[in-house]
Design a protein around this ligand. Structure first.
Ligand SMILES: Cc1cc2nc3c(=O)[nH]c(=O)nc-3n(C[C@H](O)[C@H](O)[C@H](O)COP(=O)(O)OP(=O)(O)OC[C@H]3O[C@@H](n4cnc5c(N)ncnc54)[C@H](O)[C@@H]3O)c2cc1C
Length: 538
């Protein structure tokens, strides 16, 4: 079983480290430079003794087999919460009082259903656990009012169950991690092409349960656009949908389960659209004089049917952060930036584009796109910046651990709106964040294009308030959330609702909309034990 470190990202020593030159950038933020704090050792973590009632424990052991109910400290600490900044602050400090009493590891749908029955009967909260990469508080259930908390780890349900090569669909068990899913499909010349930055750890079921978007979702669609059918075990019974490619049989129940974050039940099987393995890819960089010019060029690419598979436009600040924190490849990027300044592109914004396919097909798609970009005044920067991005596309979360060691506040948030609303939304959110944090660096990029609008993804860096680090971020997040709903944008484009986005959900769905979701929960989960607190509150 692969496991991450309990206080950060990935396996020990797996990722890149911050380059030495990053300290210059960090000192500008008011940080002293160098390591100021390290995570506690596992032995020093604060953890309550497991408190599961004996009858519930016996029922769960009967459901999954005694060897698959675990309550050792390490297993519980690893299932305590997800990987947001607030999660990591708590884990690094060894605050694991909220850890589940036990972790159960069912082998199949029937065992999942049996676990849910036992939990409902004994009033034990149950939290589905896929890859554990939630960044919205999706995995930390409150224990008040419950006879205990159980983490339902889907790690044993990790197979590629079947492939229909003619229809280009594949059926997965929910706990298969994305790299393993791609490996299994690759053996048949197929792929999912779903690559969130959490790719190394996120599971198929977790992605479906949170409506995730990958780095090439502009070309291949978000995960929700690729779900063909699913099966979900709820405490009230099974909810399963057909795999028909289109239907007029009323509102989509598939859509009710996609994005339900474990509040209704556990997704135990997913059929997804797949596509042939790409024989090649091309990543390249372009510079634009301003974010507004770049965003408008992306709008035109998308609306004229010329968008590539990957399209990421960084604003001036994010372009600068990328250079400050980049590893060895950064020297090339720094030289590139000097050249763009000389050509009159000022500080410039970096646009990375990526196409997947064979050389001929890429050429045919790229030519008209490049012509449009040149006409719009963008400057071609060669393959270097694109290949650099592709090489470092999974580095960010490892560098975050280093930044935390150096005393930084480092977090991201995301939203989406119409093309018309994009620029005002970016300004409003950046203003809200800097207003709340004072001296902070707020970078932003566009990374998912739609005919009617695009997503915005913000990265925030500041010196951490050592006395009240959680409160410092909560105030900033509240200000950003209020700016987002005031602008009529979505509170989350792909991270999901979890517990962290609950305060803004009514602004998104309206009071009646939320009542409808609650009614669905009450019907599927009458005892209210399914991941209490996410999506519809308690
Ligand atoms: C460094 C980092 C980068 C990220 N990058 C991206 C990105 O590029 N795009 C993106 O969309 N997201 C991203 N995320 C967010 C996160 O990876 C996604 O939300 C992902 O979909 C979660 O998958 P998981 O398997 O880790 O699920 P978990 O974190 O284990 O679970 C997420 C939620 O879904 C529920 N759940 C999990 N499995 C099931 C199931 N089978 N049935 C019912 N409920 C279930 C859980 O209870 C929880 O509420 C990132 C997170 C991190 C930490």
């Amino acid at each position: 079983m692969r496991e991450q470190v309990f206080w950060g990202w990935g396996e020990p020593g797996a990722g890149p480290l911050l380059p030495a030159h990053a300290d210059v950038f960090l000192r500008d933020l008011g940080l002293p430079g160098g390591i100021v704090e390290t995570p506690v050792a596992l032995a020093d973590v604060r953890l309550r003794a497991p408190e599961l009632p004996a009858a519930a424990r016996a029922g769960l052991e009967a459901a999954v087999g005694a060897g698959h109910l675990l309550d050792d400290a390490e297993t519980r600490v690893l299932r305590c919460r997800g990987k947001s900044y607030l999660d990591l602050l708590a884990q690094r400090a060894g605050d694991c009082e909220a850890a589940p009493d036990a972790v159960v590891r069912p082998a199949d749908h029937d065992q999942v259903a049996a676990v849910l029955r036992v939990c409902a009967e004994h009033g034990v909260a149950v939290v589905p656990f896929g890859g554990g990469t939630s960044v919205v508080g999706g995995l930390e259930a409150p224990r008040e009012g419950f006879g205990g908390v159980v983490s339902l780890d889907l790690g044993r349900m990790d197979g590629l169950e079947s492939v229909d090569e003619r229809s280009l669909t594949a059926v997965f068990a929910p706990g298969v991690r994305l790299p393993e899913a791609e490996r299994a499909l690759g053996e048949r010349g197929l792929r999912l092409a779903h690559v969130p930055q959490s790719f190394e750890w996120a599971t198929v079921g977790g992605c479906v349960a949170t409506r995730s978007a990958g780095q090439s979702s502009t070309g291949h669609g978000r995960i929700d656009e690729n779900v063909v059918a699913l099966r979900c075990a709820t405490p009230a019974g099974e909810l399963a949908t057909l795999g028909a490619p289109g239907t007029a049989a009323g509102p989509s129940l598939r859509e009710l389960v996609v994005g339900s974050e474990g509040a209704l039940g556990v997704i135990t099987r997913v059929a997804l659209r797949v596509r042939p393995v790409a024989s090649g890819s091309r990543h390249e960089g372009w510079f634009t004089r301003s974010f507004a010019d770049g965003a408008d060029a992306l709008r035109r690419l998308e609306q004229e049917g010329l968008a590539p598979d990957v399209a990421r436009l960084s604003d001036e600040t994010e372009t600068r952060i990328g250079i400050a924190l980049a590893g060895p490849g950064g020297a090339g990027r720094r030289a590139g930036m000097a050249a763009t300044r000389a050509l009159g592109y000022g500080e410039g914004c970096l646009l990375v584009l990526g196409w997947e396919g064979d050389e001929k097909a890429i050429g045919a798609r790229r030519r008209p796109a490049a012509a449009l970009l040149r006409k719009a005044g963008l400057l071609y920067a060669g393959k270097g910046p694109g290949e650099g991005w592709a090489r470092q596309r999974f580095a960010g979360p490892y560098l975050r651990d280093d930044l935390l060691d150096r005393g930084a506040l480092v977090e991201t948030l995301e939203t989406a709106t119409s093309w018309t609303g994009l620029e005002p939304l970016r300004d409003a959110v950046a203003r809200a964040l800097t207003g709340a944090l004072g001296h902070a660096v707020v970078g932003c990029h566009v990374s998912h294009l739609y005919p009617t609008g695009a997503s915005l993804y913000f990265t925030v860096l500041a010196a951490r308030d050592r006395d009240d680090p959680a409160g410092q971020w909560q105030r900033a997040k509240r200000a950003a959330g209020e700016a987002i709903v005031a602008a009529g944008a979505t509170i989350t484009h792909h991270h999901a609702v979890g517990r962290d986005h609950m305060p803004w959900l009514e602004a998104e769905h309206g009071a009646l909309g939320l009542e409808l979701l609650r009614a669905a929960k009450e019907r599927c989960d009458p005892a209210g034990v399914m991941n209490p607190g996410v999506l519809v509150g308690r």
